[in-house]
Design a protein around this ligand. Structure first.
Ligand code: ADP
Length: 527
């Protein structure tokens, strides 16, 4: 299974941090409702006016009923026409006392929305069974000019005394009258509710719970803080009012601190993992590229060696001079191959932590080491037209150092000169003074940009890292050279050049003078 990319890991962990933060904010959030009582003077004034209007409508309706009761005639057609002018009339009955009810007249006017209207009759009428009749108290109806019979279980009736022997009983539909009143009230409230709206609400004028006029946003779920019922025979009206509510939000500081800390820790952790993963990816990529480079580097000298051996063999008899030149080239390439293999081995030993064992200090003459290394490069330098300017100061006396490590460092520096600065002059200045050996290699090549000055000493780092870009290489030479210099107790640094062109590498290692054989034998223990 492939490991997720560093960016994906970072996004994932930062996503988790964000979720933790969001969750924490939710947990830390505390809400409190604050209720503020309102000034309801305009609402109370409106309630009084609305109640007055309802009463006025009822009185008006009652007047119509009284007139109808008085003027109605037993003729159904004429009575119907008269009743049609008034809302909600279902039936008109003309009742007579002390008779068996046979003289009573019942005129149906409208169908009732609540089912058939029972016929009214006096309870004292002989021979009647209550069945589908509404029985009325005769004395009560004759005692008053007019009035309502509004009793549970009976339809809504209005009675008008027409004479000492006849009463008109009008059945009224409560719901039809209520619809009419509600419609009127809605139209009236549209204008009249205005002063209440000014105070902002939430306030509502309601009929049977339905809103006729309102102001402000009432929280539907909350019961009203003030309910003012408006009296009406026909329907249920009221004014509902709510206090102002504000939600105060605060966050619990401890929960918030814990969440924020957790989110920050996860965020930072994510970043650390991201960096580590990116490094691991880069190392893995560098290793792959390293293997590619080494293979590439090995192939070039090998091809050259095979080619030149073939040519040298062919020319051995006809052109011995050219054949020798070809064999010299074979030697050159073989050395290049040797250096490369040496570098790769040194690097893998260093990876294993075994290089330290390879540093072996012996008595050696610095000038001889430099000469031997230069000799390896001489043919290559000459072919490129590179001149060597060599200076030596006090380098002929033997000193204590590791000659192989010195040769490998100088070899790597000169190999770079051969690859990157093959024209002009390379100066090699060797100085041995005060128990320290310094070798300075200065070329006239393109030089090294300041920003890459430290980077080039890291393994696999190259200025042109693409395999087909610039001279080939593994990016190991300088890293190994610096590592060896450090293990010798010295330094390898890139110095600024006097001209500002080319590059200058300086190696400084401790190299105490080697004891002369005579003094060595004087301190040597007897055999
Ligand atoms: P390699 O030569 O195999 O690439 P090195 O570690 O020897 O690896 O060098 C690292 C990089 O430093 C090289 O790729 C090159 O870009 C740069 N470099 C080293 N020496 C020189 C030089 N004398 N002149 C210019 N660039 C150099």
């Amino acid at each position: 299974m492939r490991a997720p990319s560093p960016a994906k890991t970072l996004l994932l962990l930062w996503g988790i941090a964000a979720v933790v933060l969001a969750g924490g904010l939710l947990l830390a959030r505390q809400e409190r409702q604050v209720r503020t009582e309102r000034d309801r003077t305009p609402l109370r004034a409106f309630a009084t006016t609305a109640q007055g209007q309802l009463q006025r409508l009822e009185d008006l309706y009652q007047d119509h009923l009284v007139r109808l009761g008085r003027e109605v005639v037993p003729d159904p057609q004429r009575a119907g026409r008269m009743a049609d002018e008034i809302t909600g009339i279902l039936q008109i009955s003309l009742l007579h006392p002390t008779t068996s009810g046979v003289q009573d007249t019942h005129i149906p006017v409208n169908a009732s929305p609540d089912g058939p209207v029972p016929l009214p009759a006096f309870a004292t009428a002989p021979g009647l069974t209550s069945g589908s009749l509404v029985l009325l108290d005769e004395s009560r109806l004759f005692n008053r000019d007019s009035g309502w019979v509004d009793e549970p279980g009976k339809p809504l009736l209005f009675h008008v005394r027409r004479s000492s022997s006849e009463v008109a009983v009008i059945a009224v539909s409560r719901s039809l009258v209520a619809d009419s009143i509600t419609g009127w009230l809605r139209a009236w409230a549209e204008k009249s509710f205005a002063p209440v709206r000014v105070t902002g609400g939430p306030d509502q004028l309601r009929a049977e719970g339905r809103v006729l006029a309102g102001a402000g946003e009432a929280a539907a779920a909350d019961p009203p803080d003030l309910l003012m019922p408006l009296r009406s025979r026909f329907g249920s009206y009221d004014l509902a009012s709510w206090d102002l509510r504000r939600t105060l939000v605060r966050y619990h500081p401890a929960a918030l601190a814990v969440t924020a800390t957790l989110a920050i820790v996860i965020g930072v952790l994510g970043f650390i993992v991201f960096l580590a993963q990116r490094r691991a990816h880069a190392i893995a990529a560098a290793r792959v590229s390293f293997v590619n480079r080494v293979s590439h580097e090995l192939r070039t000298p090998l091809t050259n060696i095979l080619l030149n051996i073939d040519l040298a063999t062919e020319l051995a008899e006809d052109d011995p001079q050219e054949s020798t030149r070809r064999l010299d080239l074979v030697r050159l390439e073989a050395r290049r191959l040797g250096r490369l293999i040496e570098n790769v081995l040194t690097f893998s030993r260093a990876e294993d932590g075994r290089t330290e064992a390879r540093i072996t200090t012996t008595a050696c003459v610095p000038a001889d080491i430099v000469t031997a290394v230069i000799e390896q490069f001489l043919p290559g330098f000459q072919r490129g037209g590179l001149t060597i300017a060599r200076t030596d100061e006090n380098t002929a006396a033997p000193c204590l150092c590791d000659p192989d490590a010195l040769a490998q460092i100088l070899g790597n520096l000169l190999s770079n000169v051969e690859k990157y600065a093959p024209h002009g002059t390379v100066s090699i200045a060797t100085t041995h003074a005060g128990g320290e050996l310094s070798i300075r290699v200065t070329d006239e090549g393109p030089g090294i940009p300041r920003e890459a000055a430290e980077r080039i000493f890291h393994p696999f780092e190259r200025i042109h890292s693409h395999i087909h870009e610039g001279a080939t290489g593994t990016g190991l030479g300088l890293a190994i050279a610096r590592d060896l210099a450090t293990r010798l107790g010295g330094t390898l640094a890139l110095l600024p050049t006097a001209t500002g062109r080319g590059s200058c590498f300086e190696l400084r290692v401790p190299a105490p003078p080697a004891p002369s054989p005579a003094s060595a034998s004087s301190i040597a223990p007897p055999a």
